[in-house]
Design a protein around this ligand. Structure first.
Ligand code: NAD
Length: 266
């Protein structure tokens, strides 16, 4: 019960395959009390029963590009948690699927700005709103991917948005260190989620990671959940501004061992 008595807000559960849900389960098992947002009525139908299954609170519909919606869910979170909470999970990304294939060169201005807004700026926007409620310090995590640093086919503008997100994590960590608020990112290996499947040739990516990563398998929600729990608990009290890889070690590979037997799991 590492998080007994701790409270936090989770933004980014879409369904029971969502990375944010894997993290939420680990936080709940460790004794935390959670509040959830959802994006639109269609997702509410999935998020509400999940939240209820772990005694969580729903604080409302939230499109991170809409300031009024953000104000509303943070105000509801403040009400539920008596003006104070300990952690924030940001697990949000979006880009037009039609530009998550082909060439980065062909990225439109509109989709570039929208992808950056939703996938990067939103971390700044939600963290700023959380700070006044993290009165005894706190911990913020976001989700990123190796495509921020290396070329990954079809990841395109999302790679650029994730690079900006990882840089944001470092700047936010520095801004908020004096308040004992830590900000970190988890760089997850490819997972079969709604967002993951939007990337062109996603199945090949799951298989490639499962085949050639040192652990020779795909990541599970429990793998990411455990890392989330670590970063949101006092076990990581000296860690901030960090990107923690939870990818079966794949980011360490220079040249893959092509003699390995191909694996399809994901
Ligand atoms: P997911 O589809 O379950 O979650 C993505 C979430 O983003 C959804 O809950 C969706 O509602 C939310 N979202 C998108 N646009 C939004 C907006 N305008 N306002 C509010 N919410 C919005 O997929 P996931 O894979 O769990 O993605 C969560 C995070 O993990 C993302 O940042 C993603 O880039 C990252 N990630 C995913 C993988 C992967 O392979 N699936 C790997 C590394 C990192």
């Amino acid at each position: 019960m590492m998080l007994k008595g701790k409270k936090g807000l989770v933004i980014g559960v879409a369904n029971d395959h969502s990375i944010a849900w894997g993290i939420s389960k680990a936080l709940h098992d460790a004794g935390a009390e959670l509040a959830f947002t959802y994006q639109g009525a269609a997702f509410e139908k999935r998020v509400r029963p999940l939240a209820e299954s772990i005694g969580g609170h729903i604080v409302g519909d939230c499109d991170v590009t809409q300031s009024a919606m953000l104000d509303n869910v943070f105000s509801k979170t403040a009400d539920i948690f008596s003006g104070e909470f300990d952690f924030l999970v940001h697990s949000v990304a979006y880009s037009d699927k039609s530009e998550l294939k082909g060439k980065y060169l062909d990225t439109s201005r509109e989709n570039f700005l929208n992808s950056m807004d939703i996938s990067c700026y939103s971390l700044v926007d939600v963290t700023r709103r959380a700070v006044p409620m993290m009165k005894k310090g706190g911990s913020v995590i976001t989700l990123t991917y190796l495509g921020a640093e290396r070329i990954v086919p079809n990841y395109n503008v999302m790679g650029v948005a994730k690079a900006a997100l990882e840089a944001s994590v470092r700047y936010l960590a520095n801004d908020l260190g004096p308040d004992n608020i830590r900000v970190n990112a988890i760089s997850a290996g490819p997972m079969r989620t709604l967002a993951g499947s939007a990337i062109g040739s996603a199945r090949a990516m799951y298989s490639f990671n499962a085949t050639y990563s040192p652990l020779g398998r795909s990541m599970t929600l429990d793998d990411i959940g455990g890392a989330g729990l670590f970063l949101l608990s006092d076990l990581s009290s000296g860690i901030t501004g960090e990107t923690l890889y939870v990818d079966a070690g794949y980011h360490n590979i220079g040249v893959p061992d092509l003699t390995r037997e191909k694996r399809e799991e994901g």
